[in-house]
Design a protein around this ligand. Sequence first.
Ligand code: 5GP
Ligand code: ZN
Length: 112
Amino acid sequence: MSDCLFCKIIDGGIPADIIYQNDDVLAFNDISPQAPVHFLVIPKKHIATVNDLQPDDAELVGKLYLAAQKILADKNQDSYRLVMNCNEQAGQTVFHIHLHVLAGRDLSWPPG
Ligand code: 5GP
Ligand code: ZN
């Protein structure tokens, strides 16, 4: 998607602090971190929201979690929060699905 910020990061058109990638997913530090560790894991395939996921995307979504798990293990983090916001009322501002990964501080519940 030519007008998608995260597709531009995937294509290298916009710089990002990339911490991991493989054929299917890319992970980079959030530009506005909300915890000592805050990175995003995104599919290289453009999918706007969780509502747009199809059955064929099931393995891809699993790969987002496995990438997060690997990066967190490399960072020696075993307590963390994984969040995917869907649509504006839930706080989604970039319409290319992304798994927020937050760690390194106490995280309250419920979230705001
Ligand atoms: P959302 O609000 O859609 O759940 O999360 C979008 C996230 O993307 C936010 O945490 C925001 O800080 C992050 N973000 C927005 N623009 C950029 C950018 O250009 N680079 C990086 N690395 N993160 C961004
Ligand atoms: Zn995109």
